[in-house]
Design a protein around this ligand. Sequence first.
Ligand code: ADP
Ligand code: MG
Length: 260
Amino acid sequence: MPVVAKLELKNLHVALEDGTEIVKGVDLQVASGEVHAIMAPNGSGKSTLAYAIAGHPAYVITEGQIFLDGMDVTEAEADVRAQAGLFLAFQYPHAIPGVTVTNFLRQALNAVRKARNGGVDDPMPVPEFRRAFLAQMDRLKVSRELASRYLNDGFSGGEKKRVEILQMAMLRPKIAVLDETDSGLDIDALKVVAEGVQELVGPEMGAVVITHYQRILNHIKPDFVHVFVDGRIVEEGGPELAEKLESAGYEEWDTKEAAA
Ligand code: ADP
Ligand code: MG
């Protein structure tokens, strides 16, 4: 029986390097098999929260803790968190000139395998890698020509997002955090990407879908919706909350925040 994986944020506060507090006390529990949507207006701190979970050094956790499967990773480096099973799909993926998509993925995958193998090298045999890689590329409609290009170098917005999900599909994280994966995607690309994520959610993976808009949630069905305004979760509910937001927007909470 698969063990349930779990990400826990406890009273998480995150500041920028200049000390400005952006995330102001977030509590969240995500288990494998679950999809959590964090819905928020622009500038509310979504990416800051995502980066802090992933361990980006420019985002400082000033209070609270992050646990992955009961292990405190609040102070852990990004690569340690990745090896422990956390994955972040970036809103703005960076280009890595000189490193092809294939090589990047093989190295990332083998680093995770090594960590899971007690620090001893355990590279995936090349034919097996190739088979898995081609299958995932086809599934996510990533053109084969992209595989030999430098990562994200000159990629369109849609190509970048699909390659993020391709990484996720290859790395098989326990908890995936998707930061505005829907932005800049046309409806066909959105469907492919969303279905790619939805298929991986199950006993071995949970997902946090961070988004401004409701539309990606038509394709990735959330179990829980958290409304996030000005660094705080201000309301929680089920999928119906996403629909309410779609029609009413964030105004209700924005004005409450401004008044507070
Ligand atoms: P969202 O993803 O919800 O749009 P962000 O987390 O990107 O919000 O940004 C929240 C606030 O923090 C914004 O005011 C933004 O300008 C600021 N911010 C985020 N990251 C940085 C950074 N690296 N340097 C300076 N300001 C930042
Ligand atoms: Mg953002």
